[in-house]
Design a protein around this ligand. Structure first.
Ligand code: DCP
Ligand code: CA
Length: 359
């Protein structure tokens, strides 16, 4: 008797030179030029490259590189500052297109996400092509897609034919397409682990797949050894995690006794702002609209909100907006409850973004 084994199809999508591609939407005159995005966009000041166009990458410019080094490698590049609010906005556009393909969507940061397309009727080729077209139509930007039997191989696949790639791999393609790659192409194998693998004579994914488990475990511990070898063999079955984005974060407090002291109201709102900011930072969210809620002793409740130019999780920015909202309420009665809420949240992403973008 044969039993049908459901073959998973996981799609990983990664936008091409994302920050730079967004900048080119409003500066099409810069198309084809080496372009570097980062910090304040001023190469005479200290800064780090967030990303560079493929034209600049030809000179060796890479994400995370100091401006100084980039300038030496590619003296003629054009520099632009990062505009995180704009990247977040476009991030939501391509993710919306993905969610329409399937609700089995996993957000992995500002410019990448997974979809589980196992149960769709269309072929992987059709799904991948249609999604690329839709995103190009909606955003004017290209992306690279990998489709494979699991998340890990799909992510490696999306990187194989960048930019504007579509790479579809079945289990049978793994020996030919994945095994020749360097072991550090496996997400989770960093430069240190890679170096230690090389010391053991293992430099490719194929060599890792064939290494005896005990041998690996002796150097990396059982858990890491098992993960690495299974990943290299194409065995990796973590599911798509479809966490719904929270719509808002808020904190409120009810006084033991109703208050009329303005100082105490201000202090309480400042503390609530700090707690909401901390909560946002802990979850790596930024929010665009800050609001307050104030309930008087007679239960009459008023709210005010203010939308910021840039999404934030900075306590000082939130507190300032909160006080502006407070200024729009007439405090003519005793106050029973105060609340602070930040809405229109977005996720800066799983990437280690350059420090000036976050926090
Ligand atoms: N980023 C950053 N600092 C880094 C790495 C990335 O600020 N050290 C930002 C800028 C990138 C975005 O995150 O545009 C996405 O990162 P990717 O690694 O996916 O790089 P790109 O999208 O720029 O290029 P690629 O075409 O290689 O995906
Ligand atoms: Ca990218």
């Amino acid at each position: 008797m044969t039993q049908a084994v459901a073959i998973r199809r996981v799609l990983h999508l990664d936008m091409d030179a994302f920050f730079a591609a967004v900048e080119l939407l409003r500066r099409p005159d810069l198309k084809g030029k080496p372009l570097i995005i980062g910090g304040r966009g001023d190469p005479t000041r200290r800064g780090v490259v967030a990303t560079a166009t493929y034209e600049a990458r030809k000179f060796g410019v890479r994400s995370g590189m100091p401006f100084r080094t980039a300038k030496r490698l590619c003296p003629d590049a054009v520099y632009l500052p990062t505009d995180f609010a704009e990247y977040t906005r476009w991030s939501q556009v391509f993710k919306h297109a993905m969610r329409e393909v399937s609700p089995l969507f996993e957000d992995r940061g500002i410019d990448e996400a997974y979809l589980d397309i196992s149960d769709l009727a269309a072929s992987s080729e059709q799904i991948g092509q249609a999604l690329k077209l839709r995103i190009e139509r909606d955003t004017g930007m290209t992306c690279s897609i990998g489709i494979a039997p699991n998340k890990l191989i799909a992510k490696i696949a999306s990187d194989l034919d960048k930019p504007d790639g579509l790479t579809i791999l079945g289990a049978h393609d793994i020996p030919l397409r994945i095994w020749p790659l360097e072991a550090r192409k496996i997400p989770g194998i960093g430069p240190k682990a890679d170096e230690r693998l090389r010391a053991l004579g293992i430099s490719t994914i194929g060599e890792l797949a064939a290494a005896p488990l005990e041998h690996l475990a002796a150097h990396f511990g059982a858990a890491m050894a098992t993960f690495m070898r299974a990943a290299a063999q194409g065995r990796h079955d973590t599911p798509i995690v479809t966490q719904r984005e929270p719509k808002s974060r808020s904190r409120e407090t009810t006084f033991q006794e109703d208050v009329s002291d303005w100082q105490q109201i201000a202090r309480t709102l400042a503390a609530l702002s700090a707690r909401v900011a901390e909560d946002l930072r802990a979850r790596s969210y930024v929010g665009r609209t800050v609001g307050i809620k104030l309930r008087f002793a007679d239960f009459h409740t008023v709210t005010r909100d203010r939308t910021l130019a840039d999404p934030t999780n900075d306590a000082r920015v939130i507190r300032k907006a909160v006080f502006e909202c407070l200024g729009r309420i007439v405090l003519d009665r005793r106050v029973r409850l105060l609340g602070v809420r930040v809405t229109e949240l977005s996720e800066p992403g799983a990437h280690t973004l350059n420090g000036d973008l976050l926090r």
